[in-house]
Design a protein. Structure first.
Length: 138
């Protein structure tokens, strides 16, 4: 999708991303559906793959698309908000060292949720389904 096509698609995205119960984080679609919610990916929005190479000329547009969609998803969230984290045996329940420092949840989505006063987020372990309150570490 070109930048121009993406700009035209933005109003439709706002409608698509409205939900009663939002779940953040890739791979959480199954947990979200089991709990009556949905993820960004569960909305059948075709997103470009993440580009790690800072010299790739596609990176700025890919980053812009992810930022906009993630911001819109967060903006349409309500107090019943959840985040799903992967499970790594031996790493503990609150430590996720494999997450990129620039991961979308911590950089874009959580700050938006926090600015909207959404401070009670349920964290789900993707492997076990275990839940607990999410505590953001700054």
């Amino acid at each position: 999708m070109s930048k121009e096509e993406f700009e035209k698609f933005k109003p439709k995205l706002d409608q698509i991303l409205k939900a009663d119960k939002h779940f953040f984080w890739s791979g959480g679609t199954k947990i979200a559906k089991q709990n009556g919610g949905n993820t960004l990916e569960g909305n059948n929005i075709k997103m470009p793959g993440w580009i790690n190479d800072p010299n790739d000329p596609r990176k700025p547009l890919v980053q812009e698309k992810w930022d906009y969609v993630s911001e819109t998803f967060a903006k349409n969230s309500n107090k019943d908000t959840h985040v799903v984290f992967p499970y790594w045996p031996g790493k503990g329940n609150d430590i996720y060292p494999h997450r990129r420092e620039d991961n979308v949840f911590d950089v874009t989505e959580y700050p938006r949720l926090e600015s909207m006063g959404i401070d009670h987020i349920t964290k789900h372990n993707a492997e076990t389904g275990h839940t607990r309150p999410y505590r953001h570490t700054k």
